[in-house]
Ligand binder design. Sequence first.
Ligand code: ADP
Length: 485
Amino acid sequence: MPKLKCLFVSTEVVPYAKTGGLADVAGALPKELVKQGLDVRVVMPYYRQVKEKINESECNLNLWYTVDLGWRTQGVDVYYDDSIVPTYFLKNDHYFHRDVLYGYDDDCERFAFFCRAVVELITRIDFVPDIIHCNDWQTGPIPLLIRDQYYWDTKYHNIKTVFTIHNMKYQGIFGEEALDLLGLNGGYSNSDKLEFNGGISFLKAGLIYADHINTVSPTYAEELKTQQYGCGMDSLIRESLYWKTSGILNGIDTDKYDPATDRHIYKNYSAKTLEDKAINKSEFRKEYGLKDDGSMLIGIISRLTDQKGFDLMKHVVDHQWFMDKLMSLNVQFVVLGTGEYEYENMFKHFKHLYGDRAGVFLDFNEGLAQKIYAACDVFLMPSEFEPCGLGQLMAMRYGAVPVVRQTGGLKDTVIHYNYMTKEGTGFEFTDYSGYWLFRKIEEAYDCYVNRPKDFHKIQLNGMTKQYGWAESATKYADLYKLIKG
Ligand code: ADP
């Protein structure tokens, strides 16, 4: 039987370019699907960051074509690297040779270009996929283009599309010029098509035109149908699209994130040699100037945005500021993250207040992230919402005990510890409040100080759980087969 062919489209992919969890998924899921016997190719933009990761002259396919974009015509150079999974890089320096991946005034044009270039790529390489798997708003128009613009071409006739929502908050909303760039007429600005809140939404294109929608955890798939989490798309999903919406939990790349082999950390360890985790903590403290005072080390590795729940650290708990109360315990904290000015400033201020009991790194640094997962005792993810979350999975794999809010994928992956049955992998709270965040950190602290055997058991429970992609990739493969028909 011929292999099922999938073109996996993502605007960030590990190890080439990463801003968050999407890149981890796009790096690991296709790899696992290939292992399971599918013919998968990945396609992404050729960013400036990619140049450092591939050998440009060896990877140049000498394939060039143009894409129509409104009144303009733009060129695409195709590069290809199959050292991990066969991956195409679509190069246009005007759009992608920039400092960061997203956040430019012309993002609409940049990703309209990318979507059109991906669809055009199919006729130029010897690979007509059964499935195009699109991810997040940047790729939302692809299912629409396949269905409404390219259908006349027999190569596109049988292609089915899957659209994965990694975060509903980012909806790619632009002005009417988006239609022109995508080659669509004014009829698409109706509310039953791409119109959303007075603009044109790339995400909505993916939702409406894909053959199947999924998101990255079963709980988030349900939450999206509610006003609280649906970001304005809830009624559309609840009333019109529920029949083609599902949730498949993310995994992590267990080869890359393995404390037994990780080259970034100070001393490798496993569940059997967990005592060596302490060496990572003390070496980390030495390197980054934190006091070696026997305290519990709390880690945070995150984008610093509203979603992640750090505003709770500004709350008042029992008539005291949250941080004053937290630091009255024998704890230290370390933060690695970049994002909104407000939170970067807040953590800078905490560093100023707590000196050598605080490590604050306003940076994006994967090696340092792995050192922190290995060094910390407790890992915080108090997210307001969390489609899946990978940080808590990495933390558990490295024996750090997660304290999380019970939402989305956090709810699906962290189990509150039960002192009676000795089951569970962390501590969870439900109400979005500084009070409950503090109470749960306090519970973890109490366990760390007064019930070390239980703390050890939680660490072991977390480290021995399965976080790989095998099971979820099988679910994706089954989904592809189902919609291919
Ligand atoms: P999101 O995708 O919403 O940012 P996830 O928890 O799904 O959150 O994934 C975040 C990924 O990005 C994890 O691999 C985490 O380790 C990594 N990460 C987040 N911030 C940083 C940072 N400042 N430096 C290095 N890695 C980071």
